[in-house]
Design a protein around this ligand. Structure first.
Ligand code: AHR
Length: 614
């Protein structure tokens, strides 16, 4: 394998090459990175008509002691449903009666941590109320982890109550209990419980943030995917319903992935998440098209206006109409929103082309700096409409994705750039629940992305997250698997760590001559940290044989520092090996020193492996 490491033929890789695609799928946000522990906090998930299903809230007590229903009496006009409990007992059971919320398949409550409870209550009488965090132990006993009380306060009008709950013990499957022993009626609404130590206090689950930060993502595409479209437009993501005080957000049912979200993770929070990750935000907005409907281009004007408002919200001055709403949410500074995608996978849909142009022209005029992404694939045929980038999604078998490392070799170099915003091996027999095999094919594909990064400007794996408790997982495989308290990366996650220094680096030409060339994929980059520059050669061996190679690098700018040279390998004894909660490090990169590093060196690539030489 020969690398021309001179600057003569080196080419700069875009600063934005590798990033993340976040979709509200598999409870990635609600019950995932968004650390609201209460599920259905506003009692809205059962629909606007009352009485309604309060799932997953449940009743503590029986018919003789408590009557629970929903009532359209909230003080929040956009989410009018509240919970009404009527305590019927004079001598209530020990511990009282009330309701509990198990969160998203159990709350992770940790000893020594404080949890902030906010709720709105109303009652004609003064209330005596206990809020507790409890845990069902295997013995069947309900253990109290933390409690706080309110009594003798006037709540004759809707009143915001804030309590702090300090956990005395740890339990991964806890619940929030709201109980009373006093006869009477209490209404509850907007009950929120969050740990006090979310990432930067911004509501994001720290451990998941650290995993994302470790990939050094340069962009964040959000909030979907099909989530953006909805099966029906009325269930699509509507950014205006997701901003402002959390209590006032109506929430919505994501009808593609079939679950409710309170939209605590809303448009503002996505922009905040991008900022916290140091990633450029990429806002995918609905183009007036759902999976089953399309708004006629003649009627699309209000949708265009709505999108312009979203841009003013992100980019406008704090004095502008929508920019002032952002400022009121605590972010006076403008968000550097420079990319928008006009729809998701809508190219072939009726009205897309017409609607696209309406959005494109209006945005181009109002925000000439914004780069617009079309849903139409321009990789084999030129687009018939203007665009800065076009979206390319690829879900495939491992063999096909491996071969697609050359996909962009002959793509036109004129016209819009490519955004590979969703790629993964998904064929079940290859992918399992996230296999080494899948990650190797993806790595090979990404070496092709790097080599073609004159035309491919961005790439992101999909989907990013899955909550393991989500029945059946909505999509499999995913990059990061988590439950209420644990998380691990699939091999596809770890594969991406080999590319985290590539964005903004330079790529060098390489040639490979080997009898195993057909099963090899490789690239070479130079990246710099504050003091040094490193040549990194990455090689995928997609075959069952060990491969011996001589690696030589010509034209290095500085000598090889053997003390700092390293080899890192992602492999396993079985190509279908996966990671799991019990064995999270089964397939992870292993690094060691490379004492034989030099301008020319021998290397032995393990069968089915991904190796980088720094
Ligand atoms: O990544 C999962 C889904 O795949 C996305 O929602 C959609 O864009 C694609 O079809």
């Amino acid at each position: 394998l020969e690398v021309d490491a001179s600057w003569r033929l080196a080419r700069k890789i875009p600063e934005t090459l590798f990033g993340l695609f976040f979709e509200e799928i598999n409870h990635a946000g609600a019950g995932g990175i968004w650390e609201e522990l209460v599920s259905n906090r506003g009692f809205e998930a059962g629909g606007p008509h009352t009485p309604s299903n309060i799932d997953p809230w449940s009743i503590i007590g029986d018919e003789s002691s408590i009557y629970v229903t929903t009532d359209p009496v909230s003080c929040f006009t956009r989410n009018i449903v509240a919970l009404r409990i009527e305590v019927l007992c004079d001598k209530c059971p020990t511990g009282g009666v009330g309701v509990y919320n198990p969160g998203f398949w159990g709350m992770n409550i940790e000893e020594g941590k404080t949890y902030n409870l906010v709720m709105y209550i109303r009652s004609p009488e003064s209330v005596e109320l206990t809020a507790s965090l409890t845990c069902s132990r295997p013995s069947g006993a309900l253990q109290n982890l933390a409690s706080a009380y309110i009594q003798d306060i006037d709540v004759s009008n809707w009143t915001r109550v804030e309590l702090k709950l300090l956990a005395q013990e740890t339990c991964r499957t806890s619940r929030l209990d709201l109980t009373t022993s006093k006869r009477g009626v209490i209404w509850f609404d907007q009950v929120s419980l969050m740990p006090s130590d979310t990432y930067k206090g911004h509501g994001f689950r720290k451990e998941l943030m650290y995993m994302l930060l470790d990939l050094k993502p340069r962009f964040l595409r959000f909030p979907g995917g099909c989530f953006v479209e909805g099966n029906l437009l009325r269930n699509a993501f509507r950014w205006k319903e997701t901003i402002g005080p959390w209590e006032e957000r109506p929430g919505h049912y994501g009808d593609v992935w079939n679950y409710w979200t309170d939209d605590g993770l809303g448009y503002f929070e996505f922009l905040q998440l991008s900022e916290d990750l140091g990633a450029a935000p990429i806002w995918v907005f609905n183009a007036g098209i759902s999976h089953n409907e399309g708004v006629d281009t003649n009627s699309i004007a209000p949708f265009v206006k709505d999108v312009l408002d979203s841009l003013e919200f992100a980019k406008g001055s704090a004095e502008s109409n929508w920019g002032s709403v952002r400022a009121a949410m605590g972010h006076r500074k403008r968000f550097p929103l420079k990319y928008v995608a006009i729809g998701n996978e809508d190219c072939q849909k009726e009205f897309y082309q017409g609607n696209y142009l309406k959005f494109y022209n209006a945005i181009r005029e109002a925000y000439p700096d914004i780069q617009m992404i079309s849903n139409c694939d321009g990789s084999s045929e030129a687009l018939d409409h203007p665009a800065d980038l076009y979206d390319f999604h690829i879900y495939n078998s491992s063999t096909d994705l491996f071969l697609m490392k050359s996909k962009f070799d002959r793509t036109s170099r004129t016209g819009p750039k490519v955004f590979v915003s969703e790629y993964a091996v998904t064929e079940q027999k290859d992918a399992g629940n996230g296999s080494l095999l899948a990650s190797l094919a993806e790595a090979a594909f990404l070496t092709g992305v790097e080599k073609n990064s004159d035309i491919v400007q961005m790439a992101s794996y999909a989907p990013l997250f899955v909550n393991d408790n989500d029945p059946g997982w909505k999509w499999n495989p995913d990059a990061i698997v988590f439950n209420s308290w644990q998380q691990y990366g699939t091999p596809s996650y770890w594969m991406q760590t080999f590319f985290r220094e590539s964005s903004g680096a330079v790529i060098h030409p390489i040639t490979i001559a080997s009898s195993y060339s057909d099963s090899l994929a490789a690239s070479a980059i130079t990246w710099r940290d504050t003091e040094n520059s490193f040549l990194r050669v990455k090689i995928v061996n997609f075959g069952p044989h060990a491969v011996s190679l001589t690696i030589s690098a010509h034209g290095l700018q500085v000598g090889v520092d053997t003390m700092r040279s390293r080899v890192t390998v992602l492999t396993s004894s079985n190509v279908m090996d996966e990671n799991s909660f019990s064995n999270p490090n089964n397939v992870v990169p292993v690094s060691r020193e490379l004492p034989n590093a030099g301008e020319e060196m021998q290397a032995l690539l393990a069968p089915y492996s991904f190796t980088s030489f720094d």
